[in-house]
Ligand binder design. Structure first.
Ligand code: ASP
Length: 326
């Protein structure tokens, strides 16, 4: 009888172990993982996501499908992932807007501190101030003069409140002291199409979207927003060189999973992210687009630290600038 009980006990024990193994992700992943990009296809975040999805695949052992869930400056896609099933099959690729939107919207649909499991930082991308190819100004000084003199007719494109282009565009208009008509899109991919089609005039956008157009001469470029010049666009002065002393903004990107994603699954995602970022092709593609791969920060701790620093920093700056959440 005693013997029987023991046997039953061990069967139950191993059974429990086995199902715990399954529940905690031993088989993860066994079907494709969806990476949500909160902006349009063909834009800067989408560019990073598609290269990264490809680079993560070998280590993850499954395909990563990029899905564009657009609108409201990236908050629709971000909150969509916050509400997704925390099973490791939904991840988010978002940028600095993750930390600015909570001060720009009364209800962004997520809490940057509690809605997600951070996976890691990905890339840091400088921005460029550009205009349609036939815009009259030929350098940053002429741009500022022209915009000031024609403030009622210059249209500034962006990807909505919370987008990097909106942040940079606002920094620019505040720095030169004008209010411009802004034209919001669901991403700077479509905004770029309209700039190329000369339907809008100027934009501040990431080098992951602008580099090829600047090099091809299909847009005019005036300055970069990084502290140092960008190696791939060496002729462009920085905003600081151009006389705008505090003008500096870099677009950091991170990857998150919904809160409650099991730890072993998060660990697999972290490992796959790190392997993807170490991939030579990924590094080459990002380098050619002026992006810096944040290899040593591709971990949850670094991303947590970044968010903890950025959320209050932007909240403070917006408050100082008198921006009210909408
Ligand atoms: N990163 C956005 C995009 O991919 C645009 C933005 O944030 O300005 O379209």
């Amino acid at each position: 009888m005693k013997h029987f009980t023991l046997k039953m006990g061990s069967a139950l024990f191993f059974g429990a172990l086995l199902s715990a193994g399954t529940a905690y992700g031993a088989d993860y992943p066994d079907h494709p993982v969806t990476m949500t990009v909160p902006f349009s296809a063909g834009g800067p975040t989408d560019n990073v996501a598609r290269s990264l999805a490809e680079a993560m695949r070998p280590t993850l052992g499954e395909t990563v499908i990029v899905e564009n869930k657009t609108g409201a400056g990236g908050t629709i896609g971000t909150s969509h992932v916050a509400r997704a099933k925390p099973d490791g099959y939904s991840v988010l690729l978002m940028h600095i807007g993750f930390s600015t939107a909570p001060s720009l919207y009364k209800n962004p649909g997520y809490d940057p501190k509690t809605s997600f499991e951070p996976i890691g930082l990905v890339v840091d991308v400088p921005m460029t101030i550009i205009a349609r190819a036939d815009f009259p100004a030929n350098n940053i000084k002429e741009l500022v003069e022209y915009v000031k003199a024609n403030k009622d007719k210059v249209a500034l494109a962006n990807a909505g409140i919370g987008a990097a282009s909106q942040l940079c565009g606002t920094m620019f208009t505040k720095a030169i002291g004008v209010d411009l008509l802004t034209v919001p899109y669901k991403g700077t991919g479509p905004a770029m199409n309209d700039l190329l089609g000369k339907q809008v005039d100027i934009m501040c956008d990431q080098t992951t979207n602008t580099t090829q157009h600047i090099k091809a001469g299909t847009v005019k470029a005036y300055a970069v927003t990084s502290k140092q010049r960008v190696a791939t666009l060496p002729d462009l002065p920085t905003m600081q060189e151009s006389g705008y002393k505090d003008f500096e903004v870099g677009i950091w990107h991170g990857m998150w999973a919904p809160k409650g994603t099991p730890k072993p699954v998060v660990e697999k995602l972290v490992k796959s992210l790190q392997a993807g970022m170490a991939n030579a092709d990924f590094q080459k593609r990002m380098g050619a687009l002026g992006a810096t791969v944040l290899t040593s920060d591709a971990n949850p701790e670094a991303l947590t630290k970044k968010v903890e620093q950025q959320v209050p920093q932007w909240a403070g700056l917006f408050k100082e600038a008198g921006l009210q959440p909408q």
